[in-house]
Design a protein around this ligand. Structure first.
Ligand code: AKG
Length: 274
């Protein structure tokens, strides 16, 4: 497939005041039809083929730990495939991200495909920003299935309002994080927004500190999901608070140090919709 055959994704998605209010209050929002069925279908092939080409996991599910069983995780696809780059750098998606954050512009942090295999395990409760040397309240993730999914494919659940107090643990995605948040969520009186059926091209957007998890995939089909993470333009790089953040600094903000503006060549500004 050549670069001209994938759709541009350059028109605006109609983000409403209610979407913004929900994102700010709950820490996430679910939006229908961010990409049309045709647009999602056009990108499914290059993304799935990049996952196939670039993925490194070869162990059977039974030989993996909880993290490894949760998904085939392939990052930075946009740097390897021009068609996937059109998706990751799409003005429409970045414009939604900027509107939800309430900022003029966002920069790309990184992308990752999260394909949950049939029989793949749950994704334990966690907060993404625990991995990021950035102000997590100014970062967000788009999670978009490229195929129609039901909760049984491994839908995403959110703890509503869990983003407001920033970091609630320093535990990475693991059985320990699941255990920690399984106790913390009810103790804080947070409601769990259960997974919903989604059409290819629907998407959820969640804030960096929102506690979330995904169900295991009990279906017989691959859950093909693509994610993109952005942050508000102008953020400073923070002193890494743990080893995961040190790794992220090297991987996703190359050449930068704490105190620098987070704007390496791999963090382009995105978002000018037509
Ligand atoms: O797709 C999953 O299973 C988990 C997704 C997730 O944690 C994320 O996108 O931040």
């Amino acid at each position: 497939m050549t670069i001209d055959t994938v759709p541009a994704l350059a028109t605006a998605y109609p983000v409403t005041q209610d979407h913004v209010a929900a994102f700010r209050a709950d820490g996430f929002v679910r939006l229908s039809g961010v990409a049309s069925a045709e647009e999602a279908a056009a990108y499914r092939r290059p993304i799935a083929s990049a996952v196939e080409r670039l993925g490194t996991e070869s162990r059977p599910l039974a030989e993996r730990d909880s993290y490894g069983m949760a998904f085939l995780q392939v990052m930075n696809l946009w740097r390897h495939d021009p068609d996937v780059a059109r998706f990751v750098l799409a003005p429409r998606f970045a414009d939604v991200a900027a509107r939800l954050l309430g900022v003029p512009r966002v920069r790309l942090y990184h992308d990752q495909a999260l394909f949950k295999e049939p029989g793949g395990g749950r994704t334990p409760w966690h907060q993404d920003a625990m991995y990021w040397p950035l102000d997590g309240s100014r970062c967000l993730t788009m999670w978009m299935p490229l195929v129609d999914i039901t909760p049984a494919h491994g839908g995403l659940a959110f703890a509503r309002g869990s983003h407001v107090d920033g970091p609630l643990s320093d535990i990475g995605i693991s059985d320990a994080s699941e255990h920690h948040f399984d106790r913390l969520v009810p103790r804080r009186g947070l409601a769990v927004d259960e997974p919903v059926a989604m059409r290819a091209g629907d998407a959820s957007f969640h804030s960096g500190w929102t506690v979330h998890k995904a169900l295991g995939n009990t279906s017989s089909e691959m859950r093909e999901v693509m994610t993109v993470i952005w942050f508000a333009d102008g953020l400073p790089v923070l002193e890494p608070a743990n080893g995961a953040q040190e790794n992220d600094l090297t991987s996703w903000l190359p050449g930068l140090a704490p105190g620098d503006t987070a704007a390496s060549p791999t963090n382009p500004v995105v978002g000018d919709v037509g």
